[in-house]
Design a binder for this molecule. Sequence first.
Ligand code: GLP
Length: 244
Amino acid sequence: EIFKNSFDASKIVAQEIAQLIKAKKEKGKTCVLGLATGSSPIKVYEELVRMHREEGLSFTNVITFNLDEYYPMRKENKQSYHYFMHEHLFNHIDINPENINIPDGTIPIDELNQYCIDYEMNIKKAGGLDFQLLGIGRTGHVGFNEPGSHINSGTRIITLDHITRSDASSDFNGIDNVPKRAITMGVSTILRSKRIVLMAWGQNKASIIKRTIQGEISSEVPATFLQNHTNATFVLDQSAALEL
Ligand code: GLP
């Protein structure tokens, strides 16, 4: 779906999420959201916060699982995805803090394997992801599933691609300060979500969007695996759709 601009597009995405939360609430059920960071989802979070403040949208039945976190990374660090999510969404809504799950960048390395297995298990125990929000990196990563990520990959630690670290360098005041690794949900974790919306804005995403939507399905561009998902939508602004 191609929109004139990212404002209009983000409103539609936020409305879909709000509808889902309300529909689940009416049935007395929890709503399990997979959430993303980066600049792409910011306006969706702004709109959800607005709906909470002005329209009484409640998040008391919502459980969230974030896609990824840098490793190592302290939660208080302003570059952490933990900080990002609280700043842009969690501090402004009525979600139960116990229902917030973000990969923990402080887990000791020898406990990481078990931590990642538990993260997967907790998604399953919550009933699986009802909705997964995604951005896309210029390497074709979703979450931090960099080129080479297998379709069957689960939550794990991954080495970040040079392009990804270079794109993050302005946030970290230079590429040398960007962590070399991250914890990410796997491709299979994402694909098991019942509904997926990937958002991309701006011309610097146009070429990877073309490869993702029209290119061959391959782990070289992990986002291409979404082509086979039965309920996935790419929400684009006109610039991101320029090469289609
Ligand atoms: C990071 C995140 C991804 C995100 C990507 C794109 O690498 N781990 O989840 O999709 O950035 O970021 P942006 O939305 O700022 O272009």
